[in-house]
Design a protein around this ligand. Sequence first.
Ligand code: AMP
Length: 208
Amino acid sequence: MKIVMLGIMGAGKGTQAKNLSGYLKVPHISTGEIFRIAVEEKTELGLKAQEIMKKGEYVPDDIVTGIVKQRISRDDVDNGYILDGFPRTINQAEELSKIDDLDHVFYITIPDEEVLRRLMGRRSCEVCNAQYNIHLDESGPTCKKCGGKIIMREDDNEETIKIRLKNYLDQTEPLIDYYRKKNILDEIDGNRSIEEVFNSLKELVSSG
Ligand code: AMP
């Protein structure tokens, strides 16, 4: 089962990709997460990505595509994957289409006014990367799962969000039509509870 999650920042792609990954027992591959780990580990890739991400810009296509190709050539993706945050440009989608046929593209929608509210409420654990949102969870200063420190993403600030939003509209939104034309796009109302959205996704993957 090869799935791509599409949607604006804060739509719930990561949360639902994790849910689907557990349900279908296929890896959740988040390019943003791969970059954040590289930044933390101060690898060559991390050093390159850090400045770009901090500004809210996109990492160049050839770098992202190379990383994804490498990741999906590993044995643990024999039964498929959930891609979250990739592709983000038509060029990336074209590269992906050369290696794999997708089963589903799930486009999660939320109203415009929800984007900023959700992103500003987003928190994560510095240690185990558990995700929280102050609008949904009582997220204290420490992680409920491991006791680690709760932090905000460096790029979840109003100034950077504006740039990320512009890049999304210019470069990523065209993917909706791109996949719609290929007849593999399902649109899911993301302005519901996590459980309700997940139920819709489960129905869609079960119906083939
Ligand atoms: P995300 O966690 O998906 O919001 O990604 C965080 C940041 O990583 C983005 O704002 C980009 O700077 C970078 N990034 C992640 N995936 C991609 C991609 N497919 N293409 C370009 N940049 C990406």
